[in-house]
Design a protein around this ligand. Structure first.
Ligand SMILES: NC(=O)c1ccc[n+]([C@@H]2O[C@H](COP(=O)([O-])OP(=O)(O)OC[C@H]3O[C@@H](n4cnc5c(N)ncnc54)[C@H](O)[C@@H]3O)[C@@H](O)[C@H]2O)c1
Length: 337
């Protein structure tokens, strides 16, 4: 039995991780400040004595000290102590907030890593992002971890602070492993989605919400030509767990985690409409985003060669899960009225 400490635990990857770990009879201490999630995603775990939840902010020293004291007092009886850093300022509209992006994603990650080292944790998992590839986001076989990141053509706007900050965290991770302070790695996730995202800010909940509430979907002009891959949060958290299980993988390096299932944004709207039982969805285009890669396709050979991970949920199945959840939630709201 191991002890896991998860930041951003009510977020998409964190809540599913906690659920899977508790089901495997591990103990989880998780916290979140509800910046972009709600307690609803971990409600089913709250009564379970294997799960301890705190409304903490990764940037609050006093709360992080309390967390460290709890970890120190409990860790002796566990085989391994594992830290997973999921807390981050992620959502698109916050990409432009340089201050909070730096505070949470860089300083928060670093302080959490230092805490893990002080607590003599065995493993630290750092969630990074495929945004670090900027405009070089695809190639014939997808973009690989060993491909050079060309910073020169990264969009010079506040938006890039998200990718730049995450790239820096990869070096904190690498340095700590090289210095033999801890084992661990960084993960460059592609677009993650889940059935219970709090706000329709990511493209999938956004499209589903727009379709539901009027039938017309307003997209950026970029969407006329853009393709993306989408990773279900059950698969993103399965990747985290697979890396933790693989001694060989915890070498301080980075791993792409994504599916190969590329879809155009237009076809994504059609797929969402089909799953909602709607015909001929209306799409309008407004606005344009500079330096938006047409494709983002990651090569995942590295994680597949070092672990047994592969994505299991197809996009079609994932959208069906989102629709089913949305209908259940609407039904529950209607019954309470
Ligand atoms: N969602 C994606 O498409 C995506 C893509 C690439 C990388 N990532 C990375 O994966 C990790 C997990 O992301 P996710 O998909 O679960 O996103 P998410 O937004 O659902 O989860 C992040 C969680 O962090 C919490 N948080 C934010 N600031 C905090 C703070 N100061 N203190 C405590 N908690 C705080 C949020 O409330 C949220 O619950 C993040 O590091 C993110 O940068 C996500």
């Amino acid at each position: 039995m191991d002890l896991y400490v998860i930041s951003g635990v009510s977020g998409m990857t964190g809540n599913e991780l906690a659920r899977k770990l508790v089901a495997a009879d591990h103990r989880v201490i998780g916290f979140d400040n509800f910046f972009a999630s709600s307690v609803k995603t971990v409600e089913d775990l709250l009564g379970d004595e294997r799960f301890s939840f705190y409304e903490y902010d990764i940037n609050c020293k006093e709360q992080m000290n309390r967390l460290k004291e709890e970890v120190q007092s409990r860790k002796a009886v566990f085989k391994k102590l594992i830290y997973i850093n999921c807390a981050a300022v992620v959502h698109t509209e916050h990409f432009y907030h340089v201050e909070s992006t730096f505070e949470t994603n860089v300083l928060g990650m670093k302080a959490f890593l230092e805490q893990a080292i002080e607590a003599e944790a065995d493993i630290y998992i750092n969630c990074s992002t495929s945004e670090v590839y900027s405009m070089n986001s695809w190639g014939e076989n997808g973009v690989s971890e060993s491909d050079y990141i060309t910073m020169a053509n990264a969009e010079h706007s506040q938006r890039t602070s998200y990718a730049a900050g995450k790239l820096l965290t990869e070096f904190f991770m690498k340095d700590a492993v090289i210095e033999q302070k801890i084992k661990g790695c960084s993960i460059r996730f592609a677009n993650v989605y889940s059935k219970n995202e709090l706000y329709p800010k990511h493209i999938i909940p956004y499209i589903l919400n727009q379709l539901q509430s009027g039938g017309n979907v307003e997209l950026l002009e970029n969407s006329k030509v853009n393709y993306r891959t989408f990773l279900h949060n059950e698969d993103s958290c399965a990747a985290v767990l697979a890396l933790i299980r693989s001694e060989e993988a915890l070498d301080g390096s980075v791993y792409n985690v994504a599916t190969d299932e590329e879809i155009s944004i237009i076809d994504l709207v059609k797929l969402c409409a089909e799953k909602l039982g709607m015909e001929n969805p209306q799409i309008t285009f407004k606005g344009y985003r500079e330096s938006d890669p047409k494709r983002r396709r990651l090569n995942t050979d590295k994680i597949r060669s070092r672990t047994d991970w592969e994505p299991r949920i197809t996009l079609e199945q994932g959208i069906e899960m989102c629709v089913e959840h949305m209908r259940g939630w609407q039904w529950a709201c209607a019954s309470n009225e």
